[in-house]
Design a protein around this ligand. Structure first.
Ligand code: PLP
Length: 408
């Protein structure tokens, strides 16, 4: 092991304050613990993942293989190959009825990278970024990393984890730079309908200095019908940034391709930033993503149906778990269950004081990995991912029920 404390120096002190202010992703921390238990031969069921259990479809793999054979081994243009950017423009037209030019598209190394680019391009010290709670855990860290101030709008299960236009109105100040949200949402699985988005758009139309970053990475995992984007409302067109990618809809998490559609001035800024940090996203992955976007949507439709059935199975399974309160998520692949019933209870050894204690208890006792809601700004909840086959879900809930009986 690398020595951290030398003769006269503690090397860990060399780590920058910037990094020390960063909270390590809890989902990753749970995955590390899960791996440790698995290494001991324990069968851990992992319901903490934000990644589907499907492999990339064959036609997309073929596009990646062809790119290797065709020598796509050189630096691509920083904002992405024109073919991919055109495929993205066409995707927006075909699926969302939105018009963008190629110059408005920037391809990055995953949607996560796209979001960070935008934040770094827009946020000065103490600028405010409004985040509805529960938020995707990386949003808040990115805002803090950029020196910005997260402004949180709370929501609970009683409103299906949705916020109101009035709450947005109240949160906006002259320092607000960005409103950042995901619909369908990670972690709640909630999604906003067209009327709700229209009401949001009316608020933003009165506050032209606020950019709206709409993270639509779960667009294709929607169980109630056509995806609705806030981008459909013309009055906010100049303030609109749509984030999307191929990770979720095409089971391509490892390929690392995400993108934004934004006003040209901002697309240019993101390209400038990216040119000094990462350059373009991987050439092979870009070609595979082009294959995904230009191909038909049968794979995406298939996984949506499977996830819909799993969602229904989970509704059935979870309703019998004492002390869990859940809503009916309409998209993504998560349940965000209220578990505060268990706070203060104990198995005789450990007292459950918070969501982290609760998740650790389930990991150690039921060998089921789940992420605590505090990572998403809502400590009374846990996020249960159902990106795993039915037999695992059935077994996991059985184990959870048995373990929870020990808590009194
Ligand atoms: N946005 C949300 C809401 C997510 O849940 C995720 C991944 O979990 C991402 C963005 C990042 O996607 P990518 O794999 O393209 O970086």
């Amino acid at each position: 092991m690398q020595q951290e404390v030398g003769e006269n120096i503690n090397y860990l002190e060399l780590i920058s304050d910037r990094l020390n202010s960063f909270t390590e992703s809890q989902t990753i921390a749970m995955t590390v613990k899960t791996r440790e238990l698995k290494a001991q031969g324990i069968n851990v069921i992992n319901l903490s993942l934000g990644e589907l259990d499907f492999n990339t479809p064959d036609h997309v793999k073929a596009a990646g293989k062809k790119a290797i054979d065709d020598n796509y081994s050189h630096y691509p243009p920083v904002a992405g190959y024109d073919d991919l950017r055109k495929a993205i423009v066409q995707k927006f037209k075909r699926e969302n009825n939105l018009d963008f030019s190629v110059e408005q598209i920037v391809v990055s190394t995953g949607a996560k990278h796209s979001i960070m680019n935008v934040i770094l391009c827009l946020v000065n010290a103490n600028d405010e970024v409004i985040l509805p709670v529960p938020y995707w855990l990386s949003y808040i860290e990115m805002v803090k990393f950029a020196g910005g101030k997260p402004v949180l709008i709370p929501s609970t299960i009683d409103t299906d984890f949705k916020i109101t236009p009035q709450q947005i109105e109240n949160a906006i100040t002259s320092r607000t730079k960005i409103f950042l949200f995901s619909s369908p949402s990670n972690p709640s699985g909630s999604l906003y309908n067209s009327e709700e988005l229209q009401a949001f758009a009316r608020v933003f139309a009165r506050h032209k200095h606020v950019m709206i970053m709409s993270d639509e990475i779960y667009e294709h995992i929607n169980f109630i019908g056509k995806h609705q984007s806030i981008g459909q409302f013309k009055e906010i067109r100049n303030q609109l940034i749509i984030v999307n990618g191929v990770s979720k809809g095409y089971a391509m998490t490892g390929w690392r391709i995400g993108y934004i559609a934004a006003p040209q001035w901002l697309a240019k800024a993101c390209t400038k930033l990216q040119s000094q940090f990462t350059s373009a996203a991987s050439s092979i992955s870009q070609m595979a993503a082009t294959g995904a976007l230009n191909g038909d949507n049968s794979f995406t439709n298939e996984i949506r149906e499977i996830l819909h059935k799993r969602r229904d199975l989970m509704i059935d399974l979870l309703k019998d778990v004492t002390g869990f309160r859940t809503n009916i998520p309409q998209g993504a692949f998560y349940f965000f269950a209220d578990i505060k019933y268990y706070f203060g209870k104990s198995d005789g050894k450990t007292i459950i004081n918070n969501d982290k204690d609760f998740c650790l208890f389930l990991l150690n006792d039921a060998h089921v990995a789940i992420v605590g809601g505090s990572s998403f700004g809502s400590p009374d909840y846990i996020r249960i991912s159902y990106a795993t086959p039915d037999y695992n879900l059935i077994e996991a809930v059985k184990r959870i029920k048995a373990s929870l009986k020990k808590l009194v």
